[in-house]
Design a protein around this ligand. Structure first.
Ligand code: GLN
Length: 283
């Protein structure tokens, strides 16, 4: 039977032959998760035997990863806000910078005792469900145009055991919400990558749904609609917390004040120093 060393040797030979290496860090995660071996043992490489079927599964997974298929889809889950969420092909993979949206939302929920939150363009549901889990009295609604996204969000909701306080809608932006519904807070990570940049993104992105990324010619297609409509769905002291690209910050500044009474705007930088999250306030 093969042991861990066989896998490392096989992987090295494969990477040399194809010229498609994967980071060593990822290789260890794959071995640990796919073969069900604790990470410490994978790192120590101490004569752990691997069954033939696990060896086959590992080779398949490593080849697929080396071909550019995202690690997060291969593993089927991801950590976000310290919470374990399912990922799924056809649904946008959550990014660490989006934790800033959740951290900001939680601060306002605590400060203003907000009770009702909407996660618009929810994808796998990580923003809204993190808020629902971490801020127990708050009710959260999630909406997305993608059927796959709603199915995955529901799966995540069930896994976290918080479905009694979460409502799902399916449709583009606000279109499937009841017309008179009001939220204290709308949080969103809409598609915002400027279209011309899509072709130059790293190869992993080709496996993600384009409609979750492509924000039209300047990346502002959905952001414009959201800023235009969000006011109708917010209470008088409500707020919109939205992720965006740093190149879109100036445009968002020009929209604030002109549209549906958003009087205040604050823009936060992400950890890389880019303007990433806008807070628009009605009062
Ligand atoms: N931050 C993502 C990326 O650059 C884009 C997210 C989005 O379009 N909502 O990959």
């Amino acid at each position: 039977m093969p042991d861990i060393d066989h896998i490392y040797r096989w992987a090295d030979t494969y990477f040399n032959k194809t010229g498609l290496p994967i980071p060593y860090r990822e290789l260890k995660i794959i071995i640990s998760e796919i073969a069900g071996i604790p990470k410490q043992k994978v790192i120590a490489k101490n004569n752990i035997v691997i069954s033939e079927s696990n060896f086959r599964r590992l080779k398949y997974t490593i080849k697929k990863r080396a071909g550019g298929y995202p690690l997060q889809y291969l593993l089927g889950h991801i950590e976000f806000m310290g919470i374990d969420f399912f990922t799924g092909q056809g649904v946008f993979i959550p990014r660490p910078e989006t934790e800033l949206v959740v951290e900001t939302a939680i601060k306002f929920i605590e400060q203003y005792k907000y009770k009702h939150v909407l996660d618009l363009c929810c994808g796998s549901g990580v923003i809204g469900l993190s808020i629902a889990l971490l801020k127990q009295p708050v009710k959260v609604s999630l909406t997305d145009i993608s059927k796959k996204a709603i199915i995955l969000s529901k799966k995540n909701c069930e896994k976290l055991g918080i479905c009694s306080k979460v409502t799902f809608y399916r449709g583009e932006l606000f279109s499937s919400l009841p017309r008179d519904i009001k939220f204290d807070l709308i949080v969103t990570n809409p598609p915002y990558v400027p279209h011309h940049r899509i072709a130059h993104l790293q190869k992993e992105l080709y496996y993600e749904p384009l409609n979750a990324l492509d924000g039209g010619s300047k990346g502002m297609k959905f952001i414009n609609s959201i800023i235009g409509q969000a006011g109708d769905f917010l209470t008088e002291s409500g707020m919109l917390v939205m992720e965006h690209d740093h190149t879109e910050a100036e445009h968002i500044k020009t929209l604030t004040g002109k549209t549906k009474g958003f009087k205040n705007l604050k823009i936060l930088n992400d950890l890389a120093g880019f303007q990433r999250v806008s807070i628009l306030g009605k009062s």
